[in-house]
Design a protein around this ligand. Structure first.
Ligand code: GRF
Length: 189
């Protein structure tokens, strides 16, 4: 048993934030969400976080450039006391400098069984390849896209009549189970 304080986790989102909501629902002794930040001020997940008492920060990089944008995000993370960063549908590539500053402290959820289907359109690619199994992976974020150490995976079947949308919905259910479970283990290690 440990009596350590909960780990302080910030979540970066760009959209609806359903994985962020799953992480929020599972917070407790292992970790607490101290910030939800977004590169899209209109991201639906920000409203949900505000409504549920999680501090938020929003800034678009448009017009200020990537370096200034990341410096502000970094400042907001540190002001919030974040120790760990969970990317959850964050659609922007982090710079090498940002990754280096938070080395080993950023994780991401990706909707494929890595190392298969890094990048976008994972479900359409799995169906087109004739795969019978799909899934999701939580991995450490490094400078290389979707290439850091895999911390956990969950599988789902691909049905013959699946579309990318029906498969995405089946995988998403598993994402919401997998991400909090892996985060709890990761912040404890
Ligand atoms: C999820 O499928 C996640 O794996 C991917 O982007 C999607 C984000 O969905 N990286 P949400 O914003 O968490 O609902």
């Amino acid at each position: 048993m440990t009596t350590a304080d909960p780990a302080k986790v910030a979540v970066l989102i760009s959209g609806r934030g359903s994985n962020m909501q799953a992480l929020a629902a599972a917070q407790g002794d292992a970790y607490r969400l101290v910030l939800v930040a977004s590169d899209r001020p209109e991201a639906a997940g920000l409203g949900w976080a505000r409504d549920h008492g999680v501090p938020t920060f929003a800034l678009s990089p448009r017009g200020i450039g990537k370096a200034a944008y990341e410096a502000e995000i970094d400042r907001a993370l540190r002001d919030a006391g974040a120790e760990w960063i969970a990317l959850a549908g964050y659609m922007r590539l982090l710079s090498d400098a940002f990754v280096a500053r938070w080395r080993g402290r950023i994780i991401n959820i990706h909707p494929s069984l890595l190392p298969r289907y890094k990048g976008l359109d994972t479900h359409a690619r799995a169906i087109a390849a004739g795969d019978t199994v799909a899934g999701c992976s939580v991995h450490v974020v490094t400078e290389e896209l979707d290439a850091g150490a895999v911390l956990g995976q969950a599988e789902v079947p691909i049905h013959p009549d699946d579309t990318p949308e029906t498969l995405a919905a089946r995988v998403l259910v598993e994402e919401h189970r997998l991400y909090p479970a892996v985060l709890k283990e990761f912040v404890r290690a």
